[in-house]
Design a protein around this ligand. Sequence first.
Ligand SMILES: [Zn+2]
Ligand SMILES: [Zn+2]
Length: 164
Amino acid sequence: MNAKRVMPLKSDGYRKAIGDLLKKFRVKGLRMTPQRMVIFETLLAATDHPSCEDLLSRLRPEMPSLSLDTVYRTVGTLERAGVLRKVATSEGAHRFDANLAPHHHFVCDACQRIWDFTWESFDKLPTPELLRDGRDIFVRQAELKGICPECLKSTRPVRTPTGN
Ligand SMILES: [Zn+2]
Ligand SMILES: [Zn+2]
């Protein structure tokens, strides 16, 4: 037996997502670039479903030449590859989710952050009668809106329009 390998710092979920990303790029004949990888990794690490503007402000410190246009194009490529989802929000700006496992969303109406959560009893609910007419339903996702604990504590929104 070889010496035990050093445990990777990144989680199983992370490695699986990167493996999935590379496979989907290969299948679609898309080229992987460091920029595409960094943007995907940033989305993967984010827990708030960032917009393109959020991604730009997070990456600018390490990639000063990155433009909003490039972020938009890269996110579009990642979406075409099927490794992230667009999240519909009432504020209109597109938000992105690299968590492809079935889950639901809580949206804070003040800071507009979006949290993922699982909801087993919801998932088990039968489809409403009205929709049982031969429709093909492939996403069952709930969106709950409210105010997050942080915003409830403060009187002004936590989020600022552009980054730090
Ligand atoms: Zn909030
Ligand atoms: Zn999500």
